[in-house]
Design a protein. Structure first.
Lengths: 127, 617
C-alpha cells in the first residue's frame, strides 16, 4: 500500500518537473563559471534514508525546486562512486555551496526539511 | 517505502550543520574481557540507530581461537529496517582448537553502520580490539573458524574513503531466502525444529527416531539384542525379555543423549570423529572379543568384585551382570549403528550443534534413541514369548551371532584397511564358518534331514569364501562381485559392455573449489564428499557409480570429489561450508556455480533413487 502511495506521489511530482542536475562536477564547474551562479553539490549514497528524503521530498517541493533550478548549478555526487573533489563529510547527505572557483561558501550536514532548507537558501543569498 | 513515513518525521526535528555528532561521537565501541567471554558494546549517541544486518562481531586473525557463541541483542523494526536504537551489547564466548595453549592474542572486530534520526547517515565503520587471552581456560571446539575478513585493525576506519566494505551478510541472506522456498531433507528437519517449544522438539525427535527405526539401519541391532536375550537362558519370560530389551534401548538412548550433550556443547563434525581409524579399530576389536566369548572361549563379564558390589547393591538375583551386559551393548550399538542413519541424524546434530544447547541436545537425542528402539522392545517382548524352549540349539544360535559380530568387525575395520585384505578376511570368515558347520565332514547315517541342509549351506559358504579369496587375489574389492576382474578381462572384446568410467576432479580446499566453480560456469557441477573410512561411500563407488545409466547421466555434470579422509582443517572447512555432518554427501551447483541447497544428498542412495535425483537437477 505504501509503495503504491509512494508511486502516485512520485509520479504526480514528476509532472511538475525535476531538479536540473549537471552531468558531472567538471561540467558543473564550467556552467557555474559561465553563468556566475553558485554551485550546489549534494553528496549522497545508496541505502541512505536521509538522502532519499532530501531528493524525493525536499527537492520535489515546487518552490524549492524552482529556486534551485533558477539560482544554482546543481551537481550530484555519490560518495561511493564519484570523485569527491576533496569535499569531505561526516555522513550523508551533505550539501555544499561552492563559488565558481570551487571555494566553499557553506555546507549543510544531513537532511533538512523544506522550511529549514529554505531558510538556509535565504541565508546564503544574503551573503 | 515505510522509510517515507520515517522521513516525514524529520520535518519536526531538523538540525543544521554542526549539530550532528561526528562519527567517533555517534558510535563509541568498547570491549572488555571476563574469563572466556568478551563483552563488547557500541555506545551510540542520541538519536542514533544501527542497522542490525550491518552489525557484525567476529574473531579475526586469532590462530586457533574462534567465537563459540556470539549473543547478539534483539533488533526491532524501525520503519521497515531492523535496527538497534539503544547501544547494542554483545557477549562473545571464545573457544579454541585442541592444539592451542598458553596466552595468545585474540582480535575481536566489530563492524557497524547507522544513521541519525535527524537525517544523517554515517559510513560503515569497524574497530578491532586485541586481548591477551589465557587459552587454557577456553573450551575446545571443533567448529570451524568463523569466516574471516582481513581487518585493518586501526581504530575507526576512515570516514571519507569511498570504498564499500566486503559484505558477507547479503550473500547469507540470499542463501536463507533460497532455502526457504526450496528445502532439502536435512533442512526440513532443521526447520521443523527451529522456533518450537521443547515438548514439540522432543516429540519431533521421537518421531524421527521411530522413522529411523523403520530403515534397514536398525536391523543390525535385532540380532545383537536377540543374542543377548537368548543367552539369558532358562528363565526367560516375556517380561524379562522385555525388561532386557528396555535396558538395551534405554542405554542406547543414553548413548545418543551423551552424543547430543557433546554435540550441543561443542557442535562440529561428529560422524568423522566417531569413525576415525582408531575408534573403528577399537570397536572392531571389541566385537571380535565379544564374538570369541560367544564361541565359548571365555566369558566376558565385569570383574567379580564389581559384580558382587552391583549384586549387593541391587540385592537382586536377576542382576547377575546380564543387565550390565545388555546396557553396555545398547550403549555401544548406538555408536555403531548411528552413522548409518545419516540424514535424520545429520539434521538432528545440525540442529543441536546450532542451538549450542547441550541439555536440549541430550534430551532430544535421548527420546530419539527411544524412538529408534521401539521395534527392539517389541522383539524383546516377543523373544521371550515366542521363542522355543532353550536347549542345545541355543549354543548354535549364539555361535551364529558370534559369526555375525565378526562380520560386523570386518565391516568396521574395512573402512581403514586395504580392501584386498578385507576380502581375505571375509573369505576366512566364510570358509571358517563352513568348516565349523561340517562342510567337509561326512553326514551321519540316519540323521540326514537337518544336517544335510546345514551341510549344503556350509558348502555354499565354503564355495563363496573360496570365490572371495580368489577374487581378492585378482584384485576385486566387492563382496557382491568377487569375480569382476576375471569377468571384465574376458569381456573386453564385447563392445556393449565396455564400462564408461567416471573421472572426479579432486578438490582439497574451499579456495580450490571456488576456483573450479568459477572455471566451470555454465555447467552443472556435482561435488562428492568421500573418505576411505566411509562405508556408504564405498557403496556409492561399488554400486551406484557403477550403474551404466547413472554413469551416463553423471557425465553431464562436472564431477568433483573432496576426499576428507584426513579431516584436515581444509576438509573440515569444506564440510562445514555445506553443513555436512560427514561423508557421504553430494552437493550440486547450478550453471552459475550457486549451490542448489535443496538437492544436497546425505547418506547412500541406490542407483534408481540417485538417477531420479539427478534427473530433477
Amino acid at each position: 500500500m505504501n509503495k503504491i502511495l509512494f508511486l502516485v506521489v512520485v509520479c504526480s511530482m514528476t509532472l511538475f518537473g525535476d531538479i536540473k542536475w549537471s552531468e558531472n562536477y567538471v561540467q558543473g564547474m564550467k556552467e557555474a563559471s559561465e553563468s556566475g551562479k553558485i554551485m550546489m553539490v549534494m553528496l549522497s549514497k545508496e541505502d541512505c534514508p536521509a538522502c532519499w528524503y532530501m531528493e524525493n521530498v525536499v527537492f520535489e517541493n515546487e518552490a524549492v525546486m524552482k529556486r534551485i533550478n533558477a539560482n544554482f548549478i546543481n551537481v550530484h555526487l555519490d560518495i561511493h562512486k564519484d570523485n569527491l573533489e576533496g569535499l569531505d563529510f561526516i555522513g550523508t547527505p551533505t550539501i555544499y555551496f561552492l563559488d565558481a572557483r570551487g571555494q566553499k561558501i557553506s555546507r549543510i550536514d544531513g537532511a533538512a526539511n523544506v522550511k529549514d532548507f529554505t531558510s538556509a537558501l535565504n541565508a546564503l543569498e544574503l551573503k | 517505502m515505510k522509510k517515507l513515513l520515517l522521513l516525514l518525521l524529520l520535518i519536526n526535528s531538523l538540525v543544521f550543520g554542526g549539530k550532528f555528532l561526528m562519527p567517533d561521537e555517534a558510535f563509541i565501541p568498547s570491549a572488555s574481557i571476563d574469563g572466556d567471554t568478551i563483552n563488547l558494546e557500541v555506545n551510540i549517541g542520541e538519536d542514533i540507530y544501527l542497522y542490525s544486518d550491518k552489525f557484525k562481531v567476529e574473531v579475526v586473525d586469532s590462530d586457533g581461537i574462534t567465537a563459540k557463541n556470539v549473543a547478539l541483542p534483539e533488533a526491532h523494526d524501525h520503519d521497515g529496517d531492523m535496527v538497534y536504537t539503544s547501544s547494542p551489547q554483545v557477549a562473545i564466548t571464545l573457544a579454541k582448537d585442541a592444539n592451542v595453549s598458553g596466552t595468545q592474542k585474540v582480535n575481536v572486530k566489530v563492524s557497524f553502520q547507522g544513521c541519525s534520526e535527524q537525517g544523517l547517515c554515517y559510513e560503515p565503520m569497524d574497530k578491532t580490539f586485541s586481548f591477551d587471552v589465557d587459552t587454557n581456560i577456553l573450551s575446545i571446539t571443533r567448529v570451524e573458524h568463523v569466516k574471516k575478513i582481513v581487518s585493518d585493525s586501526v581504530g575507526i576506519s576512515s570516514v571519507v574513503t569511498p570504498s564499500k566494505p566486503l559484505d558477507l551478510t547479503t550473500a547469507e541472506t540470499n542463501e536463507t531466502a533460497f532455502a526457504n522456498e526450496d528445502i532439502s531433507e536435512t533442512d526440513k528437519i532443521q526447520d521443523l525444529l527451529k522456533n518450537q517449544n521443547i515438548l514439540l522438539v522432543l516429540a519431533a525427535f521421537f518421531g524421527i527416531g521411530v522413522a529411523l527405526s523403520l530403515t534397514p539401519c536398525i536391523f543390525p541391532m535385532i540380532p545383537i539384542l536377540s543374542s543377548i536375550i537368548a543367552s539369558q537362558g532358562e528363565n526367560l519370560s516375556a517380561k524379562r525379555g522385555f525388561i532386557l530389551a528396555f535396558v538395551y534401548v534405554l542405554f542406547m538412548a543414553l548413548a545418543y543423549a551423551f552424543i547430543g550433550f557433546f554435540v550441543g556443547a561443542f557442535g562440529g563434525n561428529l560422524q568423522t570423529d566417531l569413525q576415525n581409524p582408531i575408534a573403528l579399530s577399537i570397536f572392531a576389536l571389541i566385537f571380535v572379543a565379544l564374538a570369541f566369548s560367544m564361541f565359548g572361549f571365555y566369558e566376558i563379564g565385569l570383574p567379580s568384585s564389581w559384580q558382587s558390589k552391583l549384586t549387593g547393591a541391587s540385592d537382586n538375583a536377576s542382576a547377575k551382570g546380564g543387565f550390565v551386559g545388555v546396557a553396555v551393548m545398547g550403549f555401544l550399538s548406538a555408536l555403531i549403528v548411528g552413522p548409518c542413519a545419516a540424514p535424520g541424524l545429520s539434521g538432528a546434530f545440525l540442529y543441536i550443534g546450532q542451538t549450542g544447547d547441550s541439555a536440549l541436545g541430550a534430551a532430544a537425542l535421548f527420546v530419539m534413541g527411544f524412538g529408534m528402539g521401539l521395534p527392539l522392545l517389541v522383539v524383546g517382548a516377543g523373544a521371550g514369548t515366542f521363542m522355543p524352549k532353550p536347549g542345545g540349539w541355543m549354543n548354535k544360535v549364539t555361535i551364529v551371532f558370534g559369526v555375525v559380530m565378526l562380520g560386523i568387525a570386518i565391516e568396521m575395520i574395512s573402512r581403514v584397511i586395504p580392501s584386498q585384505i578385507t576380502m581375505y578376511l571375509w573369505a576366512l570368515l566364510f570358509i571358517g564358518s563352513a568348516v565349523y558347520m561340517g562342510a567337509f565332514e561326512a553326514l551321519e547315517v540316519g540323521k540326514r534331514s537337518w544336517n544335510a541342509l546345514i551341510k549344503t549351506v556350509a558348502i555354499i559358504f565354503a564355495l563363496y569364501g573360496s570365490i572371495i579369496f580368489v577374487g581378492g587375489l585378482t584384485g576385486a574389492t566387492s563382496l557382491s562381485k568377487p569375480l569382476e576382474k576375471i569377468i571384465s578381462s574376458n569381456a573386453t572384446t564385447n563392445l556393449t559392455t565396455v564400462e564408461q568410467s567416471l573421472s572426479f576432479k579432486k578438490i582439497s580446499s574451499l579456495a580450490e573449489l571456488e576456483r573450479v566453480l568459477d572455471e566451470n560456469k555454465g555447467k552443472k557441477i556435482l561435488l562428492d564428499f568421500a573418505a576411505d573410512w566411509c562405508v556408504a561411500c564405498k557403496e556409492y563407488e561399488e554400486i551406484t557409480f557403477k550403474d551404466p545409466t547413472v554413469i551416463k547421466k553423471m557425465n553431464e555434470f562436472v564431477l568433483l570429489r573432496a576426499d576428507i579422509t584426513k579431516s584436515s582443517p581444509e576438509d573440515k572447512a569444506l564440510t562445514k561450508k555445506f553443513k555436512l555432518i560427514g561423508p557421504p554427501g553430494i552437493v550440486f551447483f547450478d550453471e552459475n556455480g550457486k549451490e542448489i541447497k535443496s538437492k544436497t544428498i546425505i547418506g547412500y542412495q541406490a542407483p534408481e533413487a540417485f538417477l531420479d535425483h539427478l534427473n530433477k537437477i
